[in-house]
Design a protein. Sequence first.
Length: 244
Amino acid sequence: MAWFALLHGAWGVPEEWRAVAESLRALGHHAIAVDIPVHEPSCTLERCAETVVRATAGVDGPVIVVGHSAGGHVASLIPSLRPVHHVVYLAAFVPEPGKVFLVRRDGEPLASACVGDFALAAPAFRALIRERGDGTCELDVHRLAAFLAGDRAADLLVPMLRTLLRPNALALFEQTFPLGALPATSSTYLLTASDPVLPPSSQRIFARRLGVDPIEIPGADHGVHMKRPRLVASWLDRIARGTA
């Protein structure tokens, strides 16, 4: 039995992990999907990490932290704050210590910024991001649905996306990663091999940054934890048991 802390990424909500958490419990584990306050304009990586620590305060012993997408930055902070057995990066950005995720000139659109790890996301996806003028940014839901499912199926996807997306603080993108090194805790990188948001070539860069060989999930895209939760739970179970 293991304790899992499941972390969503930018624009995300804990609900996206619900089915994975249920599948992990069916396998005999404990799991909590943490509600990280990415929607608050003044949010920082440190505050995100503190939220995870508070959410797992009742866990006696190390946890396995799972970070999806931009949640990889938060996941990388947790071992410095509480006991962690393992960190799992699912189609995740792995921070470069001392570097900023997104660098841009004054007035430059987000989609045009090409310095930092933000540029490793697919250009067509970055073009879907728009600023709200209040220190946050959001994804254009209709265009995102067409990007993910094609024009014909977009209308069917929009209602679901509206429940799974919220604004994200720009400060989280423009903050320097606060640690001087990645955690020494053991880690696994789960690579989504059919990902239109974070291309596999970019994910391999992040796996190399960790010094690990990625585990490729064939046919999986960026939302694999929502579309194929039992598959993701089975990989997490194998990681917990040391058989992955």
